[in-house]
Design a protein around this ligand. Structure first.
Ligand SMILES: Nc1ncnc2c1ncn2[C@@H]1O[C@H](COP(=O)(O)OP(=O)(O)O)[C@@H](O)[C@H]1O
Ligand SMILES: [Mg+2]
Length: 230
């Protein structure tokens, strides 16, 4: 099975606090089709790791391969294009564009990737259907519940058929019921669409659904459990 993500001894220090190591020799591997969860207390470095893995924070030390590409080989425009084509992001606070409808939000990454407009619209509608929101495609984010907004964000993350979805506390702003619906969407994507997912959370209820659970403690990542998939 091919590794979608391979991280070797990544360390991270924010320039504002030069003496403080936020990530300490973090190594991890994620295979194609794997659902990996990273759990850990608030402040342990989970978001920082996800930002480094998602190339939104520069790699300071160690090595990172995504889809077989060493990310330090990519610069500026090349890195932005790589991210657009290979990675999908889901954030705690959804980050939808308020002035665009649900279907327009989902279509946006495809427009940026210069997919023909008609194809982009068709795919955006299909993706909203996949997350159970085809009836709400013309609604604006302010007209949707938190759980619905997050499902639009998941559809948007899938737009350019990414090799991997990176999700940072995707249920953090949702009540238990909405959180379970959103988790069900991730689980379905994993089981039925073979989407590769790395999900960061402090909600240990998610761990049961994952193939692999990593634990982050004070910048140190360790493997908590792993199931062998068929
Ligand atoms: N931009 C930043 N500049 C300086 N310190 C930061 C920055 N972002 C996060 N930190 C610090 O890094 C540590 C880890 O934060 P974070 O990665 O957000 O942890 P988690 O997502 O597990 O809550 C925290 O102590 C936080 O205050
Ligand atoms: Mg965080």
């Amino acid at each position: 099975m091919a590794a979608v993500l391979l991280a070797d001894k990544i360390t991270h220090v924010y320039p504002s606090e030069p003496g403080r190591h936020i990530l300490r020799d973090v190594s991890m591997q994620v295979e194609q089709g794997e659902f990996a969860v990273i759990v850990g207390r608030s402040g342990s470095g989970k978001s920082t790791l996800l930002h480094v893995l998602g190339t939104m924070e520069p790699l300071q030390a160690g090595a990172l391969w995504l889809c077989g590409t060493e990310v330090t080989q990519l610069k500026d425009d090349g890195l932005a294009r790589f991210r657009l084509q290979n990675l999908g992001f889901v954030f705690q606070s959804f980050h939808l564009i308020d002035s665009l409808t649900a279907v327009e939000n989902v279509r946006l990454p495809m427009e940026l990737a210069r997919l023909p407009r008609r194809n982009a619209l068709t795919r955006a509608s299909e993706l909203l259907d996949l997350v159970g929101l085809s009836q709400r495609s013309r609604a604006f984010p302010s007209q949707l519940s938190g759980g619905e907004q997050q499902r639009v964000a998941i559809a948007r993350a899938l737009a350019n058929r990414p090799a991997m979805i990176l999700a940072d506390e995707p249920t953090g702003n949702l009540d238990r019921e909405a959180a379970d619906v959103v988790l069900g969407v991730f689980e379905d994507l994993h089981k039925h669409q073979q989407v590769t997912i790395v999900l960061v959370t402090h909600d240990t209820a998610i761990c049961d659904r994952a193939d692999t659970v990593w634990r982050m403690e004070d910048g140190v990542l360790s493997l908590a459990s792993s199931i062998t998939r068929q």
